[in-house]
Design a protein around this ligand. Structure first.
Ligand code: MCN
Length: 785
């Protein structure tokens, strides 16, 4: 039975409970962890992109006073051969990433040795004393030629193919042969860093007398890390605890298993002291996974009316040197090709190819909108090209193709149960006042000013669960649990398996529980994932928390509610079916004067057997799981206006209009914060951010002077419109939305830049659209000015 929800707090714009602590500087992050007797680790990392290690001399480092341990690849391999990464889909070839490089190094920054010393200075000095001899090998840097053969990037993948596969749904050749028009393009998404404000880090203690291991790690997936401590290293799982302190952003980067998280516990056991490692920014930019780099070839076949009859897509990922578990380098191109091509459109035929090349670069991992960002960029930017080819407005071409009836099963067999896909397009057109925009654009062009409007409509999968993770070939995401405990005074502790990187879960999960239990939000404390000794969870990834953790909280709170109702019925001498819980009181429906305080009901459950129904179990603590049986899809769109500076080539985002439909909103303020943050990250991806390797495979963007992230001066004004199409399959109709900003904004920004460039007869196809590229596109010769 669906939980009973009173909807007093769900939907309210409550301020974030967690901000009081975080904004007053009282947050406790990984670097704030202080353990008695703690010592520090530092890593020696490869200075070459690809080489055979011919010798490592650790003699001087080991002799340095204050050094407690120096480990190289062989020491680590004695405990663990390496982290095995793969995606369980057709054509994926697994890799094993050693904890410390053994025979080969395969990207600049790969860890070769680790030093533990009394302080970080000594550890770093000792690292400088370690001499590594290399036999340099040619680096593989370009994924497309790499897939054709030649030098190998990873000796475990003899032809550089980490992933290759695809599928055809319908007769694609015929559809393209018979097409009235074919439009096609190749889009390139640059290599990005998820760049959490707080870098990675971990600290561990090991007590040999009890075999208790404690690992503090700045992660989005503590339960998975704990599982891996046993699976890879053999620490007994019931003797391990993984603790996640306050976390300064993750954005997917901290949703991996990292070698460092395995090494630090081993070293704590080795030196019998607590060991701490805090990553520096350079390490973070070089080694903490990169994201989103893909080439996407895409083509549409269309009939004479602008109706698309087929889509053909080939997604090629530049995967880096290894699969980084659990999100392998294969997820990006697989998801782009197999999940995103038709989006909100009814395109009956699909020809889909995915491939990932191993290269001598940092492994590709997760960053907000894995696979969806590049797929949405290709689909939505080509849709604007199609609009130009058919001489239709960007709204009309989309309206002509958008799905109007639900449930809808697309060409690949993915079922979408509901959505406001057509309304999204209509609302965006209303918000931007399209005709007025075109008039303003024409007037400004006369004055030598170039503005453009870009549109992007998205569908976002959310609520990653067992069913979805198996469909995505992941197999590492399952259900979540929540524990709800009511104290004798009626206050409540909700513990969830979530970790929080800034999403405001302590507020939203309290809102959810409050509406089931009928008590004020202020009486609820939420513990989210600070320790794996609380409720079990699969991690904060894939916009799953509102749906999956929220579902678990709803179910567990509902079980407590049933107990309160049955005892309140005894106390009020009424039928349980007639009892309502709201505003801190239990009352008989329609008889407000009958009310008793829920706190008194709770106290009676603990202390007064006389009001217990027969056989009543007086526990007010319940743990329950939730695992959505099917994927949940939210949807929306962005329309972006940019102005290009003809002097500098800089594209300034003038305004963003967003439509968001994540079903029932728990907290619109938080939803809007998520949306704004994601869109600004999308503006960064579209215009500013790019990790650059030189021809030797050296990363040249290892500081924030070189890697340009958007700051407040780039953040535009927003106009946000909410649609609410609840899911029929999730408790309370909630759908997730945490990735939507970054999934769809880059396409809207590039479309806007290309709309502004249309009077020059040029378009850009690669992100980021840097000032140099924009200037080049604006110059008559098309060359960079
Ligand atoms: N929410 C809501 N109503 C809904 C849906 C969501 O009020 N119908 C609220 C949720 O309760 C939650 C927030 O919005 O507080 C985001 O919910 P959800 O879409 O479930 O996403 P997650 O909580 O699972 O967060 C993960 C998502 C991802 S995948 C990345 S990456 C990401 C992101 O959220 N990383 C972030 N947002 C981030 N925000 C910050 N500040 N830092 C990160 O690292």
């Amino acid at each position: 039975m669906a939980p009973v929800v009173t909807a007093r707090n769900i939907g309210a714009r409550l301020p974030r409970e967690e901000d009081r602590k975080l904004l007053t500087g009282r947050g406790e992050y990984l670097a704030d962890v202080r353990l008695p007797g703690q010592v520090h680790a530092a890593f020696v990392r490869s200075s070459l992109a690809h080489a055979r290690i011919t010798g490592i001399d650790i003699t001087e480092a080991t002799a340095l006073p204050g050094v407690l341990a120096v480990w190289t690849g062989a020491d680590a391999a004695a405990h663990c051969e390496g982290l095995v990464g793969e995606l369980s889909v057709a054509g994926c070839v697994p890799t094993t990433m050693p904890l410390l490089a053994q025979e080969y190094v395969r990207f600049v920054g790969e860890a070769i040795a680790v030093v533990v010393a009394e302080d970080r200075y000594i550890a770093e000095d000792a690292c400088d004393l370690i001499a590594v001899d290399y036999d340099e090998l040619p680096p593989v840097l370009d994924p497309r030629p790499a897939l054709e053969g030649g030098p190998v990037a990873n000796e475990g993948l003899p032809d550089n193919v980490a992933l290759k596969g695809g599928a055809v749904y319908g007769d694609a050749d015929k559809a393209f042969e018979n097409a009235h028009k074919v439009v096609s393009a190749t889009y390139h998404t640059g290599r990005l860093a998820a760049l959490p404000m707080e870098t990675r880090g971990c600290a561990a203690t090991y007590d040999w007398t009890t075999q208790e291991l404690r690992l503090w790690t700045s992660t989005q997936v503590p339960h998975y890390v704990k599982y891996c401590l046993t699976a890879y290293l053999g620490f007994p799982e019931n003797h391990c605890e993984v603790i996640t302190p306050d976390t300064g952003g993750g954005f997917g980067q901290k949703a991996h298993l990292f070698s460092e998280e395995m090494l630090i516990p081993l070293l704590a056991r080795e030196v019998d002291r607590p060991v701490v490692w805090v990553e520096d920014r350079r390490e973070n930019l070089m080694t903490a996974t990169h994201a989103h780099e893909q080439f996407v070839d895409i083509a549409y076949a269309g009939d004479e009316n602008g109706r698309l009859t087929a889509v053909r897509i080939r997604a090629t990922g530049d995967g880096g040197a290894y699969h980084q578990p659990p999100w392998s380098m294969a997820v990006e191109p697989w998801c782009t090709a197999m999940v995103t091509p038709s989006g909100a459109y009814d395109i009956p035929v699909a020809d889909l190819t995915y491939e990932a090349a191993a290269t001598n670069k940092c492994p590709i991992g997760a960053y907000r909108g894995v696979g969806y960002m590049a797929g949405t960029l290709a689909r939505e930017c080509l849709m604007d090209e199609a609009a130009r080819a058919y001489e239709l407005s960007p709204f009309d071409i989309r309206r002509r193709n958008v799905v109007r009836e639900f449930p809808w099963v697309n060409a690949q067999g993915i079922t979408y149960d509901e959505g406001s896909w057509l309304r999204t397009i209509d609302e965006l057109e209303r918000m931007v006042d399209y005709e007025a925009f075109r008039r303003r654009q024409a007037d400004l062009r006369e004055q030598g000013r170039y503005i453009g409007l870009g549109l992007s409509v998205f569908v976002e999968s959310s609520g990653e669960s067992t069913a979805m993770s198996l469909a995505h070939g992941m197999g590492d995401i399952y259900h979540d649990t929540a524990t709800v405990r009511m104290e004798p005074n009626g206050t409540v502790t909700v513990s969830t398996g979530l970790t929080t990187q800034g999403q405001g879960h302590r507020t939203t999960m309290a809102q959810v529980a409050a509406d089931v239990l009928g008590i004020p939000v202020r009486d609820i404390t939420v513990r989210s994932g600070d320790s794996t000794s609380y409720a079990w969870g699969s991690g904060t990834v894939g916009s799953r928390s509102a749906v999956v953790a929220g579902g678990a909280v709803l179910r567990a709170a509902d079980a407590i509610r049933s107990k309160l109702v049955s005892v309140a019925a005894e106390m009020l001498k009424a039928d349980a079916a007639d009892i309502e819980l709201a505003d801190g009181k239990a009352a008989v429906k329609g008889e407000p004067d009958s009310a008793v305080n829920i706190a008194d009901v709770a106290a009676s459950i603990y202390f007064d057997q006389s009001v217990w129904p027969d056989g009543f179990d007086p526990t007010l603590e319940v743990t329950l799981a939730y695992d959505p049986a099917r994927p949940v899809f939210s949807n929306g769109g962005h329309a972006v206006i940019v102005e290009l500076d003809p002097e500098t080539g800089f594209a300034r985002v003038e305004k963003v209009f967003s439509v968001e439909d994540c079903g029932t909103m728990i907290n619109p303020e938080i939803v809007e914060g998520q949306l704004r943050g994601g869109v600004v990250q999308g503006i960064g991806a579209a215009l500013l951010e790019r990790l650059v390797y030189d021809s030797a495979g050296q990363l040249t963007t290892t500081t924030l002077l070189d890697y340009h992230v958007p700051t407040l001066d780039v953040a535009p004004p927003f106009e946000i419109h909410h649609l609410e199409t609840p899911s029929a399959h999730t408790p309370a109709g909630i759908k997730g939305m945490g990735e939507s900003g970054l999934i769809a904004a880059p396409a809207a920004v590039l479309n806007a830049v290309n709309d502004a460039l249309s009077c020059f007869g040029t378009s850009l196809y690669a992100l980021p659209a840097t000032p140099e590229q924009v200037l080049g596109a604006m110059s008559p010769s098309g060359s960079v000015g």
